[in-house]
Design a protein around this ligand. Structure first.
Ligand SMILES: *Cc1c(COP(=O)(O)O)cnc(C)c1O
Length: 422
């Protein structure tokens, strides 16, 4: 069965007496046992629930892993993975990591005697230099976010295994449809299923996929012992979202590729970070290990004011953290998704405020282009005339409480909105 087919089929539990087309939601905390000490497949939903099992099996299958475990969020999934470490162990992480992961590694793990080193995993020399005889785990994202830096999974896996460390790949940005890290030597894959896997911004979930039964048993133990397993209703929403993953990604990637080229033509845009561009650093490595570029684009503009202006003025691109939704989103990572990177953190690259991130949805491409076009064009107008009115012409958004600074561009509301949202 091809992936697009298996996404839709094999969703019904075996032994359903009514052969429901959609999987039932087993909204129950307990399962009645035939007698004391006689255990059925399920006894308590923290330990296991049939609706959760369906989604876990589906994702394990997609990633080519032996088993998967669904958690209440991506962070809960990543936390569970770090429970495999002990005091004195070290973790080496990519230096362009999701802000929440960086916060976990830098502020929570040290409380348990686990030390983190950040390394540029796009360079094997820099990566190897960060490994020590205490390194027990490596965590990376490829492409990373927001800079879309590409790491070679196969080579990093080989170097990690040489020192006896597990390689964990956060595959959120790609999904198993575009990249299967276990095939390239990763030991564990983690996902924020809140993003593409569910796809509709309506559920928070995370997944850990293990390559072998020994690792699976350890993660399963943590899931049960710590109690952050995904609830049945959320598991069901995730199952429903996954059915359309292939179709969504197809349209999202088409739109994203066109928009990446469009952005390159916009005055004021200095860099476009998107692995679908032939000129993107690491595009060759990416094409070796992934079958698509995904649909998140970051770009840098000439100054902070223009970045804030574009984010404030787009109408279809909603200002929101997160990505992977059917609906297009726009954000300033420096003040939104990555604002949680602790101050002075050793992540080499702090996120400049001129960087804008787009999560491209499934809307009609023409509408998306028109939306970005008007946002850039109004920046030109206001830069020339310094008029606030230009920002709200033709029924545009009111720049509520906006401080119109410098070149007449709106900067204030976006920044404040970002902090509130986070
Ligand atoms: C969002 C995200 C997470 C965290 O997932 P939550 O579901 O928000 O807890 C982890 N890694 C990446 C790459 C993410 O984008």
């Amino acid at each position: 069965m091809k992936q697009a087919t298996s996404l839709i089929h094999s969703q019904t539990p075996q032994h359903d007496p009514y052969a429901a087309s959609a999987p039932p939601i087993y909204q129950t905390s307990t399962f009645v046992q035939e007698g004391a000490g006689i255990n059925g497949p399920y006894d308590y939903s923290r330990s296991g629930n049939p609706t959760r099992t369906l989604v876990e099996d589906k994702i394990a299958h997609l990633e080519g892993g032996c088993d998967a475990f669904a958690f209440s969020s991506g962070m809960a999934a990543i936390t569970a993975v770090t429970r495999l470490l002990c005091a004195g162990d070290e973790i080496v992480a990519g230096d362009d990591l999701y802000g929440g992961s960086c916060r976990l590694l830098s502020t929570i793990l040290p409380q348990f005697g686990i030390k983190v080193h950040y390394a540029d995993t796009t360079s094997l020399e820099s990566f190897a230099a960060a490994l020590t005889d205490k390194t027990r785990m490596v965590l990376l994202e490829t492409p990373s976010n927001p800079f879309q830096k590409i790491s070679d999974i196969e080579q990093i896996a080989a170097l990690s295994h040489e020192v006896g460390a597990l390689l964990v790949v956060d595959n959120t940005l790609m999904t198993p449809l575009l990249q299967k890290p276990l095939q390239y030597g990763a030991d564990l894959v983690v996902h924020s299923a809140t993003k593409y896997l569910s796809g509709h911004s309506d559920v928070t979930a995370g997944v850990v996929v293990a390559k072998d039964p020994a690792l699976a048993a350890r993660i399963g133990f943590v899931q049960n012992a710590e109690g952050a397993g995904l609830a049945p209703m959320s598991a069901w929403l995730l199952l429903r979202g996954i059915k359309t993953l292939s179709l969504r990604l197809e349209r999202q990637q088409q739109n994203a590729t066109a928009l990446a080229h469009f952005l390159q033509t916009q005055p004021g845009v200095t860099d476009v970070f998107f692995p679908g561009l032939k000129t993107h650093p690491g595009a060759e490595v990416h094409d070796k290990q992934a079958s698509g570029a995904g649909a998140v684009i970051s770009f840098r503009v000439k100054d902070e004011a223009l970045a804030s202006h574009v984010v404030a003025m787009t109408r279809l691109f909603q200002t929101s953290v997160s990505f992977g939704s059917v609906c297009s989103l726009i954000s300033l990572p420096s003040t939104m998704s990555h604002a949680s990177i602790p101050e002075g953190e050793s992540q080499k690259q702090s996120i400049p405020q001129q960087v804008v991130r787009l999560s491209v949805g499934i809307e009609d491409l023409e509408d998306l282009v028109a939306d970005l076009e008007q946002a850039f064009a109004s920046a030109e107008v206001s830069a020339h005339e310094g008029l606030t009115e230009a920002l709200c012409s033709e029924g545009g958004r009111e720049p509520v409480g906006a401080a119109v600074l410098g070149l007449g561009l709106v900067t204030q509301p976006v920044v404040e909105l970002g902090r509130d949202l986070f």
